[in-house]
Design a protein around this ligand. Structure first.
Ligand SMILES: [Zn+2]
Length: 394
């Protein structure tokens, strides 16, 4: 992290007042409306205020549709005189599917623009801020130490990950017992957690761009991996890791299309609507990092993994697990049951993969939802946002 750069110091060190904080929270709340639909674009909300009164609001619904800033500006006939504009992400300055927002904002001449996070894309980061400042508009950027920055990062964690690391944010969902077991030695694993955990897991699916599973789970449980119990106009992409192409075309997750990642060469035909990727690593397994890079190139921001111990263990060993959502049920399966990760043991406790506790939520029926984050992943993304702006302005 190169924090010595003058531009970044100026950009991120300004204090956030209580009033600004209130409207940034509102912008974040609006942005959340695009939680299930904005992909591959970021979730963005915008609030425009004059004399403490809201004169325009907007949020970005889907790629190809108007950006949040434009929708909010329309509500006040593009008259931003003496107004303050609040956005959770730096207004875009590059030509995309729609005209860029920053020049339009600059032309409408608001008094101030307050931004929760800079654009993480290294090729455009800082451009929106520079354009607004060049037009004489006061721009405030929230510093990374502020909770608002962290909330804004969390809302677009997959988009930021794709821009900074060229791979999606990978979230692993696990239902386990009190003793950390995910299946009995007989293989029976369904219904470890209760109804509330199962419905909650559909929210995780709905916000994900893709759901990843392994051939073991696909053959044992034949899951559909679709969003149910939650209203959404969009279903995530289904991805199956199947090293030897053992899957049969009748698997339910293939209905409506899917991607299979294999270590075999691609066959002429596999199953209707199913694309096969050949991604072997040097030991003949599926190269999981390569798979993540491929998904990132296709605009996949967030990947939810619902897999058994083998694929979960391989992802953990490859250092690809960014977040774990654990639904812990108050049952004990004992020693012969299977654990969460089939991964090599570390030589010392200090070398074990370690996660930071983010959230604990009792679900009311005895189950507990626990969220753990990879600390390195969070740090990489925060540093990436700052570095992107620094590199641009160095
Ligand atoms: Zn825009």
């Amino acid at each position: 992290m190169r924090l010595s750069n003058g531009w970044v110091r100026q950009a991120v060190s300004e204090a956030v007042s209580a009033v600004d904080r209130r409207w940034l929270v509102r912008a974040l709340t609006l942005a959340e409306n695009g939680l299930f639909t904005a992909t591959p674009n970021p979730r963005v909300g915008c609030v425009i205020c004059r004399s403490g009164r809201v004169i325009g609001e907007g949020w970005h619904r889907a790629a190809g549709e108007a950006h949040a800033e434009i929708i909010a500006m329309r509500q006040c006939d593009n008259n931003l005189r003496d107004a303050d504009v609040y956005v959770n992400l730096e207004p875009c300055a590059h030509e995309g599917r729609t005209p860029p927002c920053a020049p339009l904002l600059a032309a409408a001449r608001p008094a101030r623009v307050v931004i929760a996070t800079l654009d993480p894309n290294p090729t455009v980061s800082g451009k929106g801020v520079a354009l607004l400042r060049d037009a004489g508009i006061d721009v405030v950027v929230v510093p990374p130490s502020d909770i608002i920055f962290q909330q804004a990062l969390a809302l677009n964690i997959g988009f930021v990950s794709r821009m900074v690391r060229k791979r999606p944010w990978l979230q692993l969902k696990i239902a386990a017992t009190l003793d950390g077991k995910t299946a009995l030695s007989s293989g029976l694993s369904r219904w470890i957690s209760g109804e509330r955990a199962r419905i909650d897991a559909h929210y995780l699916r709905a916000r994900s761009c893709a759901i990843l599973t392994g051939i073991g789970t696909a053959q044992a449980d034949d899951p559909q991996l679709t969003v149910r119990h939650v209203h959404t106009p969009r279903q995530p992409q289904r991805i199956l890791v199947d090293r030897h192409l053992q899957a049969t075309s009748t698997l339910r997750l293939f209905a409506g299309g899917a991607i299979v990642a294999s270590a075999q060469s691609v066959p002429d035909f596999f199953a209707d609507g199913v694309e096969v990727l050949s991604l072997p690593d040097s030991s003949g397994r599926v190269d999981l990092l390569q798979l993540m890079c491929e998904l990132s190139a296709r605009g996949i921001n967030e990947v939810l993994v619902e897999a058994g111990r083998r694929l979960s263990g391989a992802l953990l060993a490859a250092g690809l697990v960014d977040e774990i959502v654990l639904y812990q049920a108050p049952r004990v399966f004992g020693d012969s049951a299977f654990s969460m990760f089939d991964a090599p043991a570390p030589s010392t406790p200090a070398e074990a993969p370690t996660f930071a506790l983010r959230q604990i939520e009792p679900l009311g029926d005895g189950d507990i939802k626990i969220i753990y984050d990879s600390l390195t992943a969070q740090q990489q993304l925060t540093a990436g946002i700052i570095d992107a702006a620094t590199a641009k302005n160095a």
